[in-house]
Write a protein that binds this ligand. Structure first.
Ligand SMILES: Cc1ncc(COP(=O)(O)O)c(C=O)c1O
Length: 460
């Protein structure tokens, strides 16, 4: 079912500099005369097999980076071979039709009505950026300003509200859009790591031009989902655009059991959905959905060499006016193949399995005195710590044990920081992993923790 990588290890053993140098050595120099396609492909295969990660390993559990489905990889290769582009009709009519089809299917899944629209982007970061561009320009238009022509200088004290657990791409987008990272107003979270509506309302009342409220449906570390219906009501009351960053959480909609977690998604003006996270697509397969096609207005363009007005009037138009990109590869093709091959229920079963694995990992961690369970298992992540005898060494031990596992090529687990404390994270997106694999993985973590602890104690 998944594209198989032959390395057998989740990550190559060795120091990073040595691993990278080995790959460079195998590649060699660019030859004056080519070595031919077969030899070239054999060489890059060697580089990828020896130096790459193997996401099909049950010990690969670091990031929101799933093993891709074989059907998606195959469809993506077909899309690459066709080399269509989404910007104009004459760059690829089929690609446009496929993107329309996938966008409509995902918008329906989110609960939007037939007015909704969307566009594929090269990742959640870019979907969030595009959403905030639309929000910024809508806020400016409400004040009679034309940001596209005049820039953002006239926009008084712009404010973008998101929780303290929102993805950093929100701040980067604010910087890129000229709002500045200072525009980000960080709203505290409750004990379940969800944005506090009362705090948001108070901060909105405090002043500024409310450009957007960015809710997160599936925080990167904990999978927690902000209370979307309440936040939608507050955003509406203050005339702010509601963007939901569901890069991680959107996939819950495939599961009948978990879909309720993201109730209220369709109350948003825009939604980021990454199928290269929960969706088992090779990167990138991010979609920005908008409540109404008219919201894409600020991206509208007629360009003489691409989509002049008279051509458009005759139906010769592409998706240039929905994207910051011009040439854009047809990432929707692999998603279409996946939706057709597995259906909602097929994808839902994969989501449920990974959720189950996260619950199992959380139970194993909670029952093990070597570990402290910090949180998670809402979607498919679990955050925890190894507990050394000397708590003062905990941050250093946890950081070292993860690097030791990477260096040995033994396990690929995540690392994060919670309340200024270094934590470990399992991101479980391999539905083929078994409960016994989790036991073995946690044994590796425990052994690496105890080795790091001994080393540090010895050095003290
Ligand atoms: C909640 C959230 N939003 C956005 C992103 C950025 O997505 P991408 O890495 O596809 O740009 C991530 C990445 O992990 C994420 O977890």
């Amino acid at each position: 079912m998944f594209a198989v990588s032959p390395s057998g290890r989740p990550i190559p053993p060795g120091r990073p500099a040595d691993v990278l140098a080995r790959a460079r050595r195998v590649l060699g120099e660019v030859p004056e005369h080519g070595i031919g396609a077969d030899a070239a492909l054999a060489r890059v295969t060697t580089v990828l097999a020896e130096g790459g990660i193997d996401l099909t390993s049950p010990f690969a559990a670091a990031h929101l980076q799933p093993p891709p489905l074989a059907v998606a990889v195959t469809a993506d290769a077909l899309a690459g071979a066709g080399n269509a582009s989404l910007d104009t009709y004459d760059s690829g009519p089929a690609a446009i039709a496929v993107e329309r089809w996938v966008v409509a299917a995902l918008a329906r899944l989110a609960g939007f009505d037939a007015d909704a629209d969307g566009v594929f982007t090269p990742g959640g970061t870019l979907s969030n950026l595009t959403a905030l561009l639309l929000a910024r320009d809508a806020a400016a238009a409400r004040l009679g300003l034309d940001v596209r022509a005049d820039g953002v200088a006239g926009l008084p004290d712009p404010a973008v509200f998101c929780s303290e657990l929102a993805h950093f791409s929100v701040a980067r987008a604010c910087a890129a859009l000229g709002l500045g990272e200072d525009a980000v107003r960080t709203v505290p979270v409750d004990s379940r790591r969800r944005m506090r509506p009362d705090a948001l309302a108070a901060m909105l009342r405090a002043g500024g031009t409310p450009v957007a409220v960015v809710a997160t449906a599936g925080t990167t570390d904990f999978g927690s989902v902000d209370p979307l219906p309440e936040l939608a009501g507050i955003a509406r009351e203050h005339g702010a655009w509601l963007h939901v960053d569901a890069a991680y959480g959107f996939g819950a909609l495939f599961s009948a059991k978990l879909a309720g977690l993201v109730d209220g998604l369709a109350l948003a003006d825009s939604v980021t959905a990454d199928l290269h996270k929960i969706g088992w697509q090779p990167a990138a397969a991010s979609v920005l959905l908008v409540r109404s096609a008219a919201l894409f207005g600020p991206l509208e363009r007629s360009v003489a060499y691409l989509n002049p007005e008279d051509d458009r009037a005759e139906g010769y138009d592409g998706a240039l006016g929905r994207s910051l990109q011009t040439t854009r590869r047809p990432d929707a093709v692999k998603v279409a193949a996946t939706l057709l091959a597995l259906g909602r229920a097929g994808l839902g079963a994969l989501v449920d399995r990974c959720h189950e694995l996260a619950g199992h990992a959380a139970a194993l961690i909670a029952a093990d005195p070597s570990f402290e369970l910090v949180g998670g298992a809402t979607l498919t992540t679990v955050v925890f710590r190894y507990r050394p005898a000397d708590e003062a060494l905990a941050d250093e031990v946890n950081a070292r044990l993860r690097r030791a596992l990477l260096r040995a090529g033994a396990a690929l687990i995540g690392r994060t920081e919670v309340d200024k404390v270094t934590c470990l994270k399992l991101t479980l997106l391999n539905p083929n992993a078994r409960e016994a694999d989790l036991v073995a993985l946690l044994t590796l973590v425990r052994e690496a923790g105890s080795a790091a602890e001994r080393l540090l104690e010895g050095a003290a």
